[in-house]
Ligand binder design. Sequence first.
Ligand code: TYD
Length: 135
Amino acid sequence: MKRFKLIEFSQHKDEYGSLTPIEENKEVPFRIRRVYYIYDVDNGITRGYHSHKKLEQILICLSGEIEITLKSRDENNKILLDNPKVGLYIGPNLWREMKFIRNNSILLVLASELYDESDYIRNFDDYVIYKGDND
Ligand code: TYD
């Protein structure tokens, strides 16, 4: 499994609008144990600033525009999410930052585990050391 990748979901579109279904172990390469969404974020605000030791996630921008930065000591990838048909898979051990570019942007997150604060690393230097020891 790649450490991150974009996944294009199907879209059922007709004159009444669009519908995109997502099922665990199909479009999403893990069992979905938690769903949350981030909203009411002023444009220009960046959140995240952490990595996860084990957690896998899919990020979907349901509305608006959100720039995701995925970085480690040696790489820095920026991915613009602005299409509810597209999900960004993020594997374990990758530092992420989410910049909300437009007002009323909504980020939906599908996660492979229940919430567990001990799975977070919230300091970039600690993350680089952890990643060096666990890659
Ligand atoms: P956090 O993960 O720090 O948000 P972000 O990385 O997007 O800035 O979470 C913000 C707060 O919400 C923090 O107090 C933990 C809490 N939280 C939960 O209680 N359950 C969850 O599933 C998540 C993701 C966060």
